[in-house]
Ligand binder design. Sequence first.
Ligand SMILES: [Fe+2]
Ligand SMILES: [Fe+2]
Length: 479
Amino acid sequence: MTNVDYSALIPNNVDLAGDRSLTRALERWHPQFIDWWLQMGPSGFQEAEVYLRTAVSVEPGGWAKFGFVKMPEYRWGILLAPAEPERKIPFGDHKGEPAWQEVPGEYRSLLRRLLVIQGDTEPASVEQQRSLGQTAPSLYDMRNLFQVNVEEARHLWAMAYLLHKYFGRDGRDEAEALLQRRSGDADRPRILGAFNEQTPDWLSFFMFTSFTDRDGNMQLGALAQSGFDPLSRTCRFMLTEEGHHMFVGKSGVERILERTCEAMIAAGISDPSNGDAVRDLGVFDLPTIQKKVNFHYSVSLDLFGSEISTNAANAFTAGIKGRFKERDIEDDHQLHAATYPVTRLLDGAIEEVEMPALNALNARLMDDYIADIGAVVEAWNKVITKNGIEFELTLPHRGFNRRIGEFRDAHVAPDGRVLSEVTWSAQRNSWLPTTDDLDYTLSLMQSEVEVGSYAGWIAPARGGIGGKPGVFEYVRLAS
Ligand SMILES: [Fe+2]
Ligand SMILES: [Fe+2]
């Protein structure tokens, strides 16, 4: 069944109508979700009409339709990618057995935990971004923010559906708890650290969607391999939406760089390290952007968990969470005898060590991520070189500024030197954003709501969205 039933209160392609008790449970969850959205969703824009895409099918190609919607009336739906007939579990000890359509009892709590962790990130990012509408650099950017927000909320629906449908009473409790935790709250924070950080400004938002949504993309890619078929199908459809979130981030940073370079050239500034002179032009200086890269990269690496992890090994062996692009990898997909090189800190020195591949799955996913984000940074650097400015953005060493995993207790410089805490701390402000950097960033954040106008620190969008031109009233603000 691939058509989406939009006549139902909860649009879906999972035949909700055929399951009365599940429908009732979700209909009880629905008003709590709306309460959460009104409380924690985009602040000040609940009445605005936004040009949004809504998923109306799960077929590649024409899966979305665009139109003006007030966000609280958005049709959040439950959408699974089409079933692959005769799908087999692609990895782990159950490799080759038919994919599970029900939760295997022995893996119930493992699976529930993974769903809760993934599910928790979705509302968290909406909460982190809730004030950004008020300082949007254009209506185009504001629309993209809201698109990301409603889709993250749909991802919450996706996980809440799986919890409700397959986990009975404790699933319902977990789905409720997803609406009760709050990003950054001292008493009931979101589960993962990066999702309790603030996203107070648009540079942070573009970095977040570049770095952190890309982590999400890797995690979904690994869960899309799952032997638990409903999870696999759910994640496959979520990946379709994730592409846009990463586009928003990557192109946003590109446009910031474009504008910075343009302003530097116009003012005759050739030395990018002259941050103050560049700031006088009302744009972001390149060293500040580098510091933001350092911060968002290191915080996102922490999301992969410990490089060496028995939990990850167990989830793989169980057939619950695979590797990124599992099916493209040429090996036995069981890994009992395989090894994998892991960058470790041993006796104060950084070394690459062959480890049992099963225990190194988080390290491997992190490596895939590092390669993926490396290509993005390369694209950013092209903008700088194209403008003839000598400056290169780089990713810091993977051990830099880590809170979790191999390097959590180490003090690693961006270039990979292992330092003492004192030496590291003395240079912290040249590597990571300072209060002064954040104040400057905030000073640039002022909303620009004229149709087709952009704030002075970012270049215009290169094209429109959803069949509309670049100059278009993407958000009709409520009067
Ligand atoms: Fe998401
Ligand atoms: Fe996302």
